[in-house]
Design a protein around this ligand. Structure first.
Ligand code: AMP
Length: 217
């Protein structure tokens, strides 16, 4: 069991938060909660949440704070969060961070650490434009850095791999701009809360995971 088990992964899209969260979650009993995955699933299934979120997600904009905070608040009540969680992609605005603080206080828990994935812009754009996702199970690959065994086919479920609409070059630029304005201020916010740990996310994922596991232990 890791000493630090209630985590937030903060950083721009394409910083590798999801990939690293998945690996750490598989090595431990900490659950990986990706708000992007929850929203994409809801959109795929055309649920009420999906209908509300679709236009924002496809345009590369943020889904309104109250919708996402409510969604995460419910998710944190599930039993599997008891051993800890990695929030990947949440919070993304100051109001979301404030709302989460209140929700966690009600649950009588608090965050242990916020990891900021520091990544060069050029690398982010390269990673996003080569990222592909499974239509069936949502597994993520990268044509350059983590290709599937068979081109266009998911290793895990055999589903079809596609490029997310919001990873197209224009929308990726838009998401980065949204990140700078709305999300980057959270770096200062969590620094002030004495929770921030900055890591260099430009390197290979094995060394990032190794360093991170040491920090959490
Ligand atoms: P991601 O997979 O984390 O890059 O998220 C994909 C998209 O889902 C984002 O571009 C937003 O449209 C939406 N989204 C995910 N998390 C949030 C959040 N915390 N607040 C608002 N929108 C979000």
């Amino acid at each position: 069991m890791l000493k630090k088990c209630r985590l937030v992964f903060l950083g721009p899209p394409g910083a590798g938060k999801g990939t690293i969260a998945k690996i750490i979650s598989e090595k431990t009993d900490i659950v990986h909660i990706s708000t992007g995955d929850i929203l994409r699933n809801a959109i795929r299934k055309n649920t009420q949440l999906g209908i509300k979120a679709r236009s924002f997600v496809e345009a590369g904009n943020l889904v309104p704070d109250d919708i996402v905070a409510d969604m995460v608040g419910k998710r944190l009540l599930a039993n599997d969060c008891i051993h800890g969680f990695i929030l990947d992609g949440f919070p993304r605005t100051l109001p979301q961070a404030e709302m989460m603080k209140i929700k966690l206080e009600k649950l009588k828990v608090s965050l242990d650490i916020v990891i900021f994935f520091d990544t060069d812009r050029e690398l982010i754009l390269k990673r996003l434009s080569s990222r592909i996702v499974c239509r069936g199970c949502g597994a993520t690959y990268n044509k350059l850095y983590m290709p599937p065994k068979v081109e266009g086919v998911c290793d895990e479920c055999g589903g079809e791999l596609y490029q997310r609409k919001d990873d197209s070059p224009e929308t990726a630029e838009e998401r980065l701009a949204v990140y700078e304005v709305q999300t980057a201020p959270l770096i200062k916010f969590y620094e002030n809360e004495n929770l921030l740990l900055k890591i260099d996310s430009n390197g290979d994922r094995n060394s990032i995971v190794k360093n991170l596991m040491k920090e959490l232990d």
